[in-house]
Design a protein around this ligand. Sequence first.
Ligand code: BMA
Length: 377
Amino acid sequence: MKSSIKSLFLAGMAVAVACVGCKNKSSQAVAEEVQSSTPKEVLAARLASMASSGKVAFGQHDAVAYGHDWRGEADRSDVKEVVGDLPAVLNWDLGLVEVDSVNELDGVPFEFIRNEAVKHNAAGGINTFSWHVLNPATRGNSWDVKSGDVVTEVVTEGTALNDSMKVWMGKAADFLLTLKDADGELIPIVFRPWHEHTGGWFWWGVPNTNPESYKKLWAMTRKVFDEKGLGDNVLWAYSPDKIADEAEFFQAYPGDDYVDIIGTDVYAFDGEGGIDLYRERVDRNLSIATKYAQKTGKLAAFTETGMEGVVVPDWYTRVLLPLLQKYPVSYVTVWRNAPQNENPGHFYVPFKGHPAEESFKAFFANDSILFLNDIKK
Ligand code: BMA
C-alpha cells in the first residue's frame, strides 16, 4: 500500500524547494513566496522534490485517450485497469495542430486533450507535450526526411518557410493558451519540442540539418511562445535520443537560457537479447543528463522509453526500475498503448491479462515510483 504520508512529504518538499533561499523566513513569508511563484516554478519545484527524494513520477503518452482494445471512452486507462491508479504524468502530442486539424496525428481530438489535461492538472497530475510537426516543405509527416535540410530555411528570416513556421508555432502556442484551470489561470506544462534530434528519422534531426540551425529552431520556438504569453507556465525539455558520447549529447544543445529539463529518449529493442545494450545506452544518457542537471540547477527526466509489446514480462521490475533508482530523474514517460485493431502489438504498458501485468503491479507498488494518487496536492 502506498502511504498518504508520502504525498504529504512531497507537498512539504515542494514548498521547501520553491523556497530555496528562504531558510530563515516565517511560514507566512514562505506561504506568500509560494503564492507569488509562477505556475512553472511551482511545477519545477514539485519535480525537483521528487528527484531529490529519490522518487520518479510515472507517465504514459495518451494514457487516457485510448488503450489496447478501446478508444475514446470516458475515465478509462489501461494503466488504471491494471494498477488502480492513473499515471502521474500524461504526455500529449500537438501533431497537426499546425494545420488546424480537429484531431492530433493519432486521432485524439484536441478538445479531448484540453479537457483531460485540465482535469489531470486539477487532480494534481502533470501534463507534458511533444509535437510531431509536419514537414513544412513537403507537408509530409515528421518522418518525411526526403527534402533534405529544411531547418536552415525555416530559421532564416524572410524565407517562405520561416513565415509559415512562425504561423505553425503560433497555432501550437494558441492551443496551449487554452489550457486554463477553473480560475482562468494557465496550467503549468512541460513542452518538449524537436525531440530525438540526434537521430535522422525526423526532418528536424541534426543529421538532416546542422547543429546551429537546430539551435536556432529552438530559439525561434521559444520566442514565439514567449511573445504569445506562455513565459510563466511552460517548462522546456530537451530530449536527445541515443548518442555516442557527451559531446554528441550537447552538440546541438540550445543553451541553458532555453532549457529547463534535461531529458532523453531511449527505447529497448530486441527483447531479452537487447537488454544489455538498452542498459548501456540508458546509463550513458541518464548519467550525462543528471550530472548536467545537477551542475546547472536544472531538472532531469527520462522523457521517453519503453519496450514495445513488453515482450520481456519482468521488464518493468528487472530492467527499468533499477535504472530509475540509479539516477535522480523527476519523471519517466513510456509511449502509447495503441488500439490493437489500428496498430497491432504497439503498446508499452501491459493491459489486463498480459504476461507483464504482475511485474507492472510490483513496479507500481514500489515506493520510489509515483502515480497520480502519490503526487496529488
Ligand atoms: C510513434 C508511433 C506512431 C505514432 C507516433 C506519434 O512512436 O507510436 O504510431 O503515430 O509515435 O505519436
